[in-house]
Ligand binder design. Structure first.
Ligand code: ATP
Ligand code: MG
Length: 400
């Protein structure tokens, strides 16, 4: 790490303040934390060298369980594998904290939400369709383009020998269409001519068994923006004061400076595995040194990107500046990493004094409120009618 400019040095930790009177569970919940664990979840035999990079560590699951238990709930960990259906029948959770990456197929991050919806069990964050779409970067970009959001020009290669679109200009960036944690991204991801492009596209298709997404290379600064909230979040939050009028929290902007990292110029897989003290780790600057106009623009783009693909409650949006110094959306993570003190969203939250425990409980409470598991105290000026309307949005509520 070059440096992290921690605002928490000057600020009171949010967690030191007593929770507001607001929402409360009618009784303690039984919460199942569902995830794929590194070294425990099965990997495909013909997978790439970095297969399973997105899976969580046991310590992350334990940290999430501790955060949830600190609020008086019981927790249990359930692996996101083929036994999950039976485990869920045995455990009968009130709600699941979903971290599951899933196993195989073209929409693996949607597998656990789909199972939970079939069983009518509440769970945190985004739902089935959104988790399938956001895993697929090409689909996501098509939706963003439809919403008029700024993205780099792109083309998906499924065979590898498709003619290159004349709309694309070198240098081009090549990555697997449906991976995360920088899988399949290193300094060879940038192609400067058609030979390099064809080789890299072939490498992605052969090793990752999925289409290659080819985009114009975005040469400018890189930012990642945390998104937390929704229009009525203050009604159900333990910390309603952190949300703006639109219902979303404004986390500080995190800039990633890869200029001197192990994958120079890109935030690739190797760089994503390094600890802050390792050599070759990118620079992480939070809050980033940006004008207030650019900061507002990045946050507004992140919220629009989150809403356009139907994300719920939490996400992390990656962006880069293009050759004309305009921000472009790269991708959205509807299941952002939650490793304490390491994952970008956790680092961003900590940098402004939001503790790990509060971050986890906000995501849990926002999720629980969509299933009527919380009672809320109406803020002044909001009548019971409007509360009723917010709680009973038919598409949001799954009644058990
Ligand atoms: N079009 C592009 N131009 C320049 N750099 C890019 C482009 N697309 C991706 N990158 C670089 O590659 C990195 C990884 O890309 P991307 O965020 O799409 O992958 P990911 O594996 O889904 O990441 P995450 O770990 O956030 O899930 C980005 O952080 C950025 O540094
Ligand atoms: Mg990314």
């Amino acid at each position: 790490m070059d440096y992290i400019n921690l605002m928490e040095m000057e600020q009171e930790q949010e967690s030191d303040k007593p929770p507001s009177q607001g929402p409360h569970p009618a009784r303690p919940w039984r919460v199942a934390v569902i995830a794929n664990v590194k070294g425990e979840s099965a990997l495909p035999i013909d997978g790439p060298a970095d297969a399973g990079a997105e899976f969580d560590r046991r310590e992350t699951i334990q940290a999430i369980q501790s955060a949830i238990e600190s609020d008086g709930h019981q927790t249990v960990f359930l692996p996101a594998d083929a036994n999950l259906l039976y485990e869920l029948h045995d455990v009968c959770p009130d709600i699941c904290f979903n971290l599951a990456e899933g196993l195989g197929g073209d929409g693996r991050e949607a597998q656990v939400p789909a199972l939970l919806e079939m069983l009518r069990i509440p769970y945190t964050a985004s739902r089935v369709v959104t988790n399938a779409i956001t895993l697929d970067k090409t689909m996501t970009k098509r939706i963003w383009r439809d919403h008029g959001l700024p993205i780099a020009e792109f083309q998906e290669f499924t065979l590898g020998n498709e003619p290159l679109s004349p709309a694309l200009h070198f240098p081009l960036f090549v990555k697997p269409a449906r991976e995360g944690t920088g899988m399949g991204v290193d300094d060879k991801a940038v192609a400067y001519n058609e030979d390099e492009l064809r080789q890299r596209v072939r490498w992605v298709i052969d090793n990752y068994h999925q289409p290659a997404l080819v985009e114009e290379f975005l040469p400018g600064r890189e930012f990642t923006i945390g998104v937390l909230g929704r229009s009525d979040s203050a009604l159900f939050s333990r910390r309603p004061g952190i949300y703006r009028e639109d219902g979303f929290h404004r986390f500080p902007t995190l800039e990633i400076d890869s200029s001197h990292s192990v994958t120079p110029g890109v935030y690739g897989h190797h760089a994503k595995t390094l600890n802050f003290s390792d050599s070759g780790v990118p620079g992480f600057i939070c809050p980033a040194d940006v004008t207030s106009e650019l900061g507002e623009e990045l946050h507004s783009l992140a919220v629009r990107a989150h809403l356009a693909v139907g994300c719920l409650d939490v996400s992390r949006v990656d962006m880069r500046m293009d050759a004309s110094d305009r921000p472009c959306l790269i991708e959205i993570n509807s299941l952002p990493g939650m490793t304490p003190g390491f994952s970008d969203l956790v680092v961003i939250a900590n940098a402004e004094g939001i503790s790990y425990q509060d971050l986890i409980l906000e995501i849990l409470y926002l999720g629980a409120s969509r299933y009527g598991l919380l009672t809320s105290t109406p803020p002044t000026g909001l009548g019971l009618d409007s509360i009723e309307r917010l709680i009973h949005q038919p598409e949001m509520v799954i009644v058990r």
